[in-house]
Write a protein that binds this ligand. Sequence first.
Ligand SMILES: NC(=O)c1ccc[n+]([C@@H]2O[C@H](COP(=O)([O-])OP(=O)(O)OC[C@H]3O[C@@H](n4cnc5c(N)ncnc54)[C@H](O)[C@@H]3O)[C@@H](O)[C@H]2O)c1
Length: 553
Amino acid sequence: MAEYSLSPTGEKFQLPEQKNYLEEFERLKMLVNSQRALRREIVVVMGVGFVGAVMAAVVADAQDGKGNPTKFVIGMQRPSTRSFWKIPLINRGLSPISTEDPEVALMIERCVNKKKTLTATFTYDALKLADVVIVDVQCDYLKESLGNVRSGQAEMKALEESFEIIAQNISPETLVLIETTVAPGTTEQIAYPIIKKMFRKRSIESDPVLAHSYERVMPGKNYVSSIRDFWRVCSGVNEEATRRVVKLLSEVLDTEKFPLTVLDKPIESETAKIVENSYRATILAFLDEWSLFAERNGVDLIKVINAIKVRPTHSNIIFPGPGIGGYCLPKDGGLGVWAYRHIHGFEDEIFKITPLAIDINDTRALHVAQLTRDALRNMGRPIASAEILVLGASYREDVGDTRYSGSELIVRRLTEMGAELRVHDPYVLHWWEFEKQDEYPASSDSLKRFFRGQEKLKDLRIEQDLKKALDGVDALIFAVRHQPYLNLDPDEVVQSAGGPIAVIDCFGILNDDKIKRYFELGCEVKGLGRGHVKRIKDQVREEKEQMETRRVM
Ligand SMILES: NC(=O)c1ccc[n+]([C@@H]2O[C@H](COP(=O)([O-])OP(=O)(O)OC[C@H]3O[C@@H](n4cnc5c(N)ncnc54)[C@H](O)[C@@H]3O)[C@@H](O)[C@H]2O)c1
């Protein structure tokens, strides 16, 4: 029976059958022959996900001093039911990623339809045609319990399979650039031996030309420029590999303005990525305890942070919101801790801060459920059976990426507590973590496994009409700082809801005037790190009492 892959907009694409592979390889060979005649280098990007799709377009858009394209890019993607749809979409010139940065869609359209320097395919045979392979497949980290990253492990399968497939297909001179965030040691101690062994089987005696350079892409408003116009770190397994990776990156990125840092060995480049993200995870986790301190002692942590930020040495202090999601920060430190034992063979526990930071970040969202329960309780409404609307499903503002978002944990915990959940997000059409919770991210990986009573969440759909979503709710949770939520008017919100509600601010979205207005309208307000709301509540009560007294007199 034919299998299909469904795009986020619901379009169905039939997965390729055996007979399609030959035709597809012929198509690629013809394209590559004509592109080689134009003296263009052939670059295969393996994995066209959040990173690979945009990196592929950046490379395809590269040109020489005379404005002539220098590369022809083949984005290659496994034809899985989950991901195949990205290939036909790219081949129409459409971006498989929904983002605030208009340049993503424009660049893909330009490279596919006008410059004709970008195509996408499902066949690994593309690797046979490559001068360069850029690896952008995922390397996941599977946690066995919530809030204990140490008990998890790196999922090396997709990556190891990719190295095997690459080694079976490439020519000996092909540069293989690993961009995936990997456990430090992977390039030299996992990729290199896999490729070397396969080369020997193929009677190739030369060393693989293998390098590592990690992505610092920030999905969001500056998606493209966070790849193209940004500093990079790289390293090769030998001099030739280093020379080739420096040459490639200098040709496709703006390395004049944003110079490359070339490190001695790939393990240094790999470690740089893990330390960079662990540092970020740690400064966010550090504020979790101060957030609780603030809530319990009448302090507004948002104002405290803004006061500290003024000092130039402390300008990167940031408020953590309801947990730290995204694909990278929740897992990258885990890859480092895992590598120390499982790649390098050490037995002792040297890591304290890195795993603790991830554990704190992974459970911070659960506190939002407590705040919601308390706010509703203050209004005399039980949480069980309360209708609750979560504003924002993605992990950060103005993007459609829902991976490991704090909102997912909020929804799961409140559902476990008996509440009925609704969700609104202008950037997310389908929240696959719920709709396909039995198979996405993989059958055993859903966060569902840490909570009870989750079955009905399969039916959770993202509401696009905010007014409709608000109708009849008991509580409203501001979970993400999406642009459309910043200016919501309390009077309109309460009117749409049909009366006073509990309002939970997870991200410093409400200013004091709005908090005051919600109280005046009879709402209850609570917020992560926002201990001062109690003062505003008392002030509103006093003002009301004074008005009452004046009226009676
Ligand atoms: N998303 C980010 O913001 C970000 C930022 C910096 C670094 N990174 C790193 O970049 C890497 C890729 O992340 P992503 O967000 O693009 O992941 P992703 O899951 O969106 O993309 C990975 C893609 O690779 C495909 N794939 C898996 N195995 C394959 C195979 N054998 N052949 C071809 N394709 C295959 C998957 O189907 C998927 O489309 C990760 O290591 C991640 O940590 C991500």
